[in-house]
Every structure is written in C-alpha cells, then in structure tokens.
Design a protein around this ligand. Structure first.
Ligand code: ATP
Ligand code: MG
Length: 187
C-alpha cells in the first residue's frame, strides 16, 4: 500500500471534559497493559489512582503491581484465579461482588482521578455483577473521576457508558504458536 503524508490538520477538538470513561476490549493482547500505561501516566501527573483487578488472584501478581503501588496507586486484587482452576465458583462470585462494592465506593467518593476496573467484563458477563449497576455508578460519578474498564466481550451497557472504546483485535498471538506467557511481557 502506498500512502502520502496528510497535508491537512485533522479537525480540532474544542471541548474539555472534566473526566472520561475508557474501555479496552477485544480478543487481542494489550487491554490490561493499556490500562496500566494510563495508570503510569496519571501517577506522573500526581493523580490519585485506584485499581481493582477482577478474576486475577494475588498469587499471579503481574510485574507492574509492586511498582505502581510504590508509586502510590491503591491496588485491590479481587479474584480467585482462572475459573477452570477454581473449585468454588460461588466464592469467586462473592469475591467479585465485594470488589465491585469497593469500586463503587471508590468511584462515588470522588477521591480518585482515575479508577481502573481491570477484567470487569467477565464478572458482568457471568452475571456475578450487574452491568446496569456498573453503568449507573459510572454515569453518575463525580465529574472529575476518570474510569478505565478492560476485558473481552464488553457488553453493550459498558460500551454505551464509555467515551473511548478500543477493540484490541487478535491478528496473531504467540500463545497460539505454543509459546507460554512470559514474565516481563505477559505478567
Ligand atoms: P495484557 O495483560 O498482556 O495487556 P490483555 O489484558 O489484553 O493482555 P487478557 O485477556 O486479560 O489480555 O489476558 C490475560 C493474559 O492472556 C495475558 O497474559 C495476555 O498476554 C494473554 N493473552 C492476551 N490475548 C491473548 C490471546 N489472543 N491468546 C492467548 N493469550 C492471550
Ligand atoms: Mg487483561
């Protein structure tokens, strides 16, 4: 494909919003890393940041967790691990529900400029958390609270409440060639 550099500037945005809602979904890699990149950016601006990770369990702590908490992010791991490794899904649902109760409070408090709900689409899609409740908490949030949602198969309720929605599309993934998840890249 040939292309030429654009000679005209794209249309200028003129409005400033006190906060926005972002959603990273799709089956390709990069959803959580996009959220964590935004956490880094926010901390760099001196913002108060609050993060909850659904589904993931503490023993699977990813490389960024220690670093971002050292930088001041408030972190909550509210998961039990992969559903196929869990004996008691009722317990997993319970953990997710308490994670959401905490997140709802963090959003409503107005104390954080960024609230991240990582992997939130799963407990919503599995009926553990009410998507309408999530959407309402987000649309009724204090004006200065930005929210970042991640997870595959985002339901319409979450797409509707978001301003910026990116679908990571999987063209290729090393995993499909039999390559195991790697420290420093995948976690
Ligand atoms: P990342 O955390 O690397 O940004 P993600 O949040 O987009 O990935 P998840 O669906 O949350 O992806 O998947 C969690 C784990 O599965 C990560 O280790 C990620 O690298 C891996 N993964 C992501 N996409 C795929 C895929 N298409 N096939 C296999 N594994 C994947
Ligand atoms: Mg993820």
């Amino acid at each position: 494909m040939t292309a030429v550099p654009p000679t005209e500037a794209p249309p200028q945005a003129t409005r400033r919003a006190p906060s926005i809602v972002l959603l990273a979904t799709g089956d390709g890699k990069g959803k959580t890393t996009a959220a964590m990149g935004t956490v880094l950016r926010a901390l760099g601006r001196g913002w108060a940041v609050w993060v909850v990770q659904f589904v993931k369990s503490g023993k699977w702590n990813s490389g960024e967790v220690g670093l971002l908490t050292d930088l001041g992010a408030e972190w909550h791991t509210m998961g039990d691990g992969f559903s196929w490794e869990v004996d008691d899904l009722g317990r997993s649902a319970e953990i997710a529900r308490s994670g959401w109760a905490m997140a709802k409070e963090a959003i409503a408090s107005g104390r954080y400029q960024l609230v991240v709900l990582d992997e939130v689409t799963y407990p919503v899609n599995w009926g553990w958390i009410d998507g309408e409740d999530v959407a309402q908490a987000i649309s009724g949030r204090p004006a200065t609270v930005n929210v970042f949602l991640t997870g595959r198969d985002a339901p319409g309720t979450l797409v509707d409440v978001s301003d910026t929605v990116t679908e990571m599309h999987n063209l290729k993934h090393a995993y499909e060639a039999g390559i195991r998840a790697a420290k420093g890249i995948d976690f």
